[in-house]
Design a protein around this ligand. Structure first.
Ligand SMILES: C[S@@+](CC[C@H](N)C(=O)[O-])C[C@H]1O[C@@H](n2cnc3c(N)ncnc32)[C@H](O)[C@@H]1O
Length: 142
């Protein structure tokens, strides 16, 4: 709702999520807030939905916060559609402080650790890992 409220008049927010029950609750509140005309929900698995995005559709801003092991796939599918100087944010990139040193115990944590390292060296973007909440990677497309 914060993102939708910040949009200019013709702005559009496309949301991908696979959970009908949770997004029904979300829809109730964004409708109450009068934001229903700015938010489009595409219900289903994120990767197939990203592959089906309309040709030519581009984004100024992307917020990624779904399956951790799929973050890199979301990134690669979305980056070509992000405009120059557009932003991609990833949530949970500090993974509760569990990414330190020794072998990382879970697949989600390992995927986030690999992605953090990839982003740090990725010439296509300029990134900073913000120590806010559970860690936000803020990436600007070069
Ligand atoms: C932590 S919640 C974040 C929701 C939203 N970003 C927010 O801040 O309110 C993670 C969401 O990712 C969705 N999700 C998890 N795996 C997914 C997938 N493979 N495809 C689409 N959505 C997925 C879940 O249904 C859940 O609503």
């Amino acid at each position: 709702m914060c993102i939708a409220r910040a949009l200019p008049p013709a702005g559009r927010l496309i949301c991908l999520d696979q959970n009908q029950a949770w997004t029904d609750i979300a829809r109730k509140y964004w409708t109450q807030a009068g934001l229903q005309d700015r938010i489009e929900l595409r219900l289903g698995q994120a990767i197939p939905a990203l592959r089906k995005l309309e040709p030519g559709l581009t984004f100024d801003f992307v917020f990624i916060d779904a399956a951790k092991t799929e973050y890199d796939a979301y990134y690669e599918l979305l980056l070509p559609r992000v405009r120059l100087n557009g932003l991609i944010l990833f949530d949970n990139m500090l993974w509760g402080g569990r990414l330190r040193g020794e072998a990382i115990a879970d697949a989600d944590g390992r995927a986030l650790d690999v992605l953090n390292q990839k982003l740090a060296d990725d010439p296509r973007v300029e990134c900073v890992l913000l120590p806010i909440a559970d860690g936000i990677q803020l990436c600007r497309k070069r």
